[in-house]
Design a protein around this ligand. Structure first.
Ligand SMILES: [Zn+2]
Ligand SMILES: [Zn+2]
Length: 349
């Protein structure tokens, strides 16, 4: 069940847009704006139309193309490389040095994925989490993969590396589309009321200022539908007494921030084809995240067909850990790999 809260004060520009869009949807003639000439709403509407019909050009998706998961970010909160590693006067951090090179797979920003699936009107782009570095991730991957709209954002939990980019969504709601629906648990919405109070209650916004236009939808621990695709929350622990949500969509299970999986969540992970799972560091778990050994234990228990690890810190050397995981394929038949920023994985729903 989803409870739609919207923002506390709906923007007049949105109601105008809705009316305008409704009128246009009944005619096939070329679009014309209001009689009084230039209107910012026309610019927004045209951009919205272009986005939804963008089926040509490099990296764009047509309705006949398969669905996919795009790894927008695969790193822990501070990002890889760490600034402190690059400025250390005595020690050289091998992973961060490699990560400083553009295009290196150790270069990782905040953990997030984009679920992309075709709709009759064009591809639908659902983002899971928009963290502190969201702008930088979007700058890198959205233009090169032909991603224009953000049709919804689903929130796993309310740490800064999951919600710190909500303010940056203003570029989309000012220039691409009228608003973005956000799907969030009540406890995390309560946090957003403090961290992003002006996005929740737009009466704080001064006239003429343009902030993100977000529509908040409260989710519970039941399945909910986003643009025709069902998402099932996967409740997990992310530290003692702190809940985070993973999500299952089709046979893909995404759990980005986890220190323990409660027994009642395991049945929701059955027959998983692709598991995307938290693995912070190579040697051990922490109070809030799985380390690689525990993550592998969970893979053996859940038995997905394929697993991609995410949320890696700088101790996870992409090449070295990948070599190790490759051996598990030979010895145990485990299909386990590290994800990396920009990775695209076709999926079927
Ligand atoms: Zn480092
Ligand atoms: Zn977290």
């Amino acid at each position: 069940m989803v409870q739609c809260l919207g923002t506390i004060r709906p923007s007049p520009s949105l109601s105008y847009f809705a009316t305008y869009k409704r009128q246009l949807s009944f005619r096939s003639s070329p679009i014309t704006g209001p009689a009084n000439g230039f209107s910012p709403f026309r610019r927004i509407f045209n951009a919205y139309l272009q986005s939804n019909s963008a089926t040509t050009g490099a990296g764009s998706q047509s309705p006949s193309e398969p669905s996919e998961v795009i790894f927008i970010g695969t790193g822990t909160s501070e990002g890889i490389p760490r600034v402190s590693c690059l400025t250390h006067p005595l020690k050289t951090c091998e992973v961060c040095s490699k990560a400083a090179e553009p295009g290196n797979k150790n270069r990782r920003l905040n953990t997030s994925i984009l679920v992309r699936y075709p709709r009759p009107s064009g591809s639908c782009n659902v983002l899971i989490d928009a963290g502190k570095f969201f702008y930088h991730s979007a700058l890198k991957w959205f233009p090169s993969y032909g991603i224009r709209t953000i049709d919804a954002v689903i929130i796993t939990h309310s740490h800064a590396d999951a919600i710190g980019g909500l303010d940056d969504l203003r570029d989309w709601t000012n220039n691409v589309q009228p608003h973005i629906p956000i799907y969030v648990a009540q406890r995390d919405f309560e946090v957003m009321k403090k961290t992003h109070y002006y996005l929740v209650d737009t009466s704080f916004v001064l006239a003429g200022a343009a902030v993100s236009e977000l529509q908040f939808n409260i989710i519970h621990e039941d399945p909910f539908s986003v643009q025709g695709l069902q998402f099932t929350p996967l409740p997990v622990w992310h530290g003692r007494g702190y809940r985070s949500l993973g999500f299952r969509f089709g046979n893909v299970c995404y759990i980005s921030d986890v220190s323990d999986i409660p027994e009642e969540t395991y049945p929701l992970l059955k027959n998983c084809e692709l598991l995307i799972l938290d693995a912070l560091r190579p040697d051990r778990s922490t109070a809030t995240h799985f380390g690689l050994p525990r993550a592998l234990e969970e893979v053996r228990k859940i038995q997905p067909k394929r697993t991609l690890f995410t949320g890696m810190m700088h101790l996870m050397d992409h090449e070295k850990v990948s070599d190790y995981l490759m051996k598990l394929m030979e010895t145990e038949g485990l299909d386990v790999q590290l994800s990396y920023d920009g990775l695209r994985v076709p999926v079927a729903f």
